[in-house]
Design a protein around this ligand. Structure first.
Ligand SMILES: [Fe+2]
Length: 130
């Protein structure tokens, strides 16, 4: 289970969206362990692509409304994630899901999300609360 309360940043809307994202990645990892990764991955990636549009825009709105000084920097990281997911999706479509692109996708999703929440989103939350 990726999600734990230590990942909460203290903004309920953002926390619930992060929990949803972590849950989807959990499902994908569980499917991979059960040998169903190749069947599950296209759906997970499509879901994430759609859901992160809303999620990132919610975070960016929060940044603008609080006058957060690192908006542009934070947005650039969101754009990086979107571009990388689009690349992974293209590889999955072009080559079919295989061990290499499934593990690359799992690794990227889990790592990026955990790092981003713990460092960048928590920094934003600290700014908002101060
Ligand atoms: Fe973020």
């Amino acid at each position: 289970m990726i999600w734990n309360d230590g990942l909460k940043i203290g903004v309920p809307l953002i926390d619930s969206e992060h929990k949803e994202l972590c849950g989807r990645i959990d499902n994908l990892l569980a499917a991979c362990s059960a040998g169903q990764g190749r069947a599950e991955i296209a759906q997970t990636v499509a879901f994430l692509q759609e859901y992160t549009v809303k999620h990132f825009s919610d975070e960016e709105k929060l940044q603008r409304s609080s006058g957060y000084p690192k908006c542009a920097e934070h947005k650039a990281m969101h754009e990086y994630f979107k571009a990388k997911v689009a690349d992974l999706k293209a590889s999955l479509e072009e080559n079919g899901a295989n061990v290499a692109n499934v593990s690359e996708t799992n690794y990227f999703l889990m790592n990026w999300l955990l790092n981003h929440i713990q460092k960048v989103d928590k920094e934003l939350a600290t700014y908002i609360k101060d």
